[in-house]
Write a protein that binds this ligand. Structure first.
Ligand code: CAA
Length: 260
């Protein structure tokens, strides 16, 4: 499928998905949100795709937020609907079987930070900047940011970032646990792609079930999470990937996973 605002390139099973509206710092309007949802849904179903790296076009921004020009005239009903559609995209990313890595190359503000937080983890350029400026616009983060940030770094740091609307640098975002790895700007994409390839070489079902166990387990009591983990662990023993992975170890050969 052709997308107006996205660039999608798959090489050796790793897809780079670039939000491509550099003239407005890749701001997310409803069309982009819809395109992202369709594209990620398709990529998740595509057995040739093992992992996805999300980034932004241009030098300056990953995504500088939801599109303020579009939002400014929204009715309360429209804003609620826009928020729910954005949240549906973030939940899709969390529920996808494929791992999704954010390569944050510049501003990740508001909806842009929310998009990065919906990825499984974040690599960032040393020049990247993070923040939730929404309170300065008289609103709050609406694409899951209040929920995902507080779950990731705890309520106190999330409160400070969201209440102040402050924009922080990549080093502080790393220190606070928002970013996994800081990279020189010119190395960011290749570092994210290296990690995507490292993951893609593992058993796809193991990776998908690990993502499921971690994401869903966070919403459970620890005892329920343990039970959920055990059921996924058990199910994997009915798969070819488990036979292949353990067989290859015992036969001292490399693996050839099929994801079945
Ligand atoms: N929506 C719409 N347009 C945006 C935008 C956004 N979020 N961010 C930047 N742009 C546009 C600018 O309007 C400008 O367009 P024009 O050339 O037509 O004027 C263009 O992108 C370049 O931006 P600037 O000239 O402002 O670039 P700068 O380097 O001076 O500043 C910036 C960069 C600090 C990121 C600044 O653009 C900015 O503050 N952007 C808005 C950030 C923001 O508030 N994001 C949160 C949005 S609300 C939200 O996301 C709600 C939600 O959770 C769902």
């Amino acid at each position: 499928m052709e997308y107006k605002n996205l660039l999608i390139e798959t090489v050796d099973g790793i897809t780079t998905l670039t939000v491509n509206r550099p003239q407005v710092l890749n701001a997310l309007n409803s069309e982009v949100v819809q395109e992202l949802e369709c594209a990620l849904y398709e990529l998740d179903l595509d057995s040739a795709v093992k992992a996805v790296v999300v980034t932004g076009a241009g030098e300056k921004a990953f995504v500088a937020g939801a599109d303020i020009k579009e939002m400014a005239g929204m009715s309360s009903f429209d804003a609620h609907d826009f928020s729910r559609r954005g949240q549906r995209l973030m939940l899709l990313m969390e529920r996808m079987r494929k791992p999704v890595i954010a390569a944050v190359n510049g501003y990740a503000l508001g909806g842009g930070l929310e998009l990065a937080l919906a990825c499984d983890f974040i690599y960032a350029s040393e020049k990247a900047k993070f923040g939730f400026p929404e309170v300065g616009l008289g609103v709050i983060p609406g694409f899951g940011g209040t929920q995902n940030l507080a779950r990731l770094i705890g309520p106190n740091k999330a409160n400070e970032l969201v209440f102040s609307g402050r924009i922080i640098g990549a080093a502080q975002a790393c220190e606070w646990g928002i970013v996994n790895e800081l990279c020189a700007p010119e190395e960011l994409l290749s570092r994210a792609l290296d990690t995507a390839r490292e993951i893609a070489a593992k058993g796809p079902l193991g990776v998908a079930y690990a993502k499921d166990a971690i994401a869903n387990g966070l919403n459970m009591t620890k005892e329920d999470g343990f039970r959920y983990e055990a059921s996924l662990f058990g199910v994997l023993f009915a798969t070819g990937d488990q036979r292949e992975g353990m067989g290859a170890f015992l036969e001292k050969r490399s693996t050839n996973f099929t994801g079945k």
